[in-house]
Design a protein around this ligand. Sequence first.
Ligand code: NAI
Ligand code: MN
Ligand code: ZN
Length: 339
Amino acid sequence: MESIVIQQPNKLCIEQRPLPLPEPGDVRIKVKIAGICGSDSHIYRGHNPFAQYPRVIGHEFYGIIDAVGESVENKRAGERVVVDPVISCGVCYPCTVGKPNVCTSLTVLGVHRDGGFSEYVTVPESNVYCIPDSISDRQAVMVEPFTIAANVTGQVAPTENDIALIYGAGPMGLTTVQALKGVYQVKTVIVVDRIDARLAMAKACGADETMNNARRSLAEYLAQKGIRPTLIIDAACHPTILSEAIGLASPAARIVIMGFSSDPCQIIQQGITGKELTIFSSRLNAHKFPTVIEWMQNKLIDPDKLITHQFDYRQVIDAITLFETDQQSCCKVLLTFSA
Ligand code: NAI
Ligand code: MN
Ligand code: ZN
């Protein structure tokens, strides 16, 4: 079989590898489609502190089970499936409080262990979720990105009366917009980005208002409208955003951060305590695959709106390069591994 391997930073090869045999408890998946994520690009470019090399990247993928290992009871060859990339121990403190996404021995497919940019991959049965017929192949590959939004929104219990402000209209911001509008019916969702084409996508995903903060001040824009957001989600993840968000938030608002910047950011306690704000963080997903599959089945979200390109996996370098250099036209870029 062929696998996309990052041998070391900036060195991507398509390698011939032996077809893996599923270990006990594992299933083997013939990958059909995978999605490119920012973190794949970060591993490729040597910017992911958790990555070890060589690594088969890819944590967003859909395929068909083609073999099962010993003691696999609930999965069969021929089933259409997606895979939760979060592998956790189930017994440590975070696992026992419902946060396997920050398990003390966390293993993420495509980061800590070989992932899905491969013609075949073996994974633990317990990470595999069946896809109903009403969800297409291309939609199925989008389940994982929406689990990030499900994790973010699941922390803050959005209500219809919220006024939500989302920073960033990349895949993460857009999945969150769709969840807030389609699942939670939040009354007002405002999206801020510096790229007009992305703001247009945010509108298409259901945003009520968009504004370009490269051209004018967000604070002035909100003040003019008399808006104080009750829920702020930072899906742009620049280290300066949190302090701005604290200033703009309504008293009693919730803020969610999801960035991994290691640069310091300056925040003032009074700004938080004075309004009794709650600040959440969100990483990966905590068992959100069933939730998102249900959202898709019930058509509460529309993953097709995020997909802008699809390439054969042999064109992976072109695909990643386009993804990295053209944020105007690219949102989710898919790779086809088999028909
Ligand atoms: P992306 O790079 O495609 O989108 C980010 C968007 O934010 C871009 O459209 C950019 O123009 C905009 N932006 C940047 N600075 C801004 C600012 N100051 N104000 C307004 N907009 C601004 O990235 P993607 O894939 O949507 O991911 C977003 C962030 O979420 C990344 O930083 C990524 O590391 C993080 N992330 C976190 C995850 C988690 O589980 N915590 C999972 C996946 C991504
Ligand atoms: Mn991803
Ligand atoms: Zn654990």
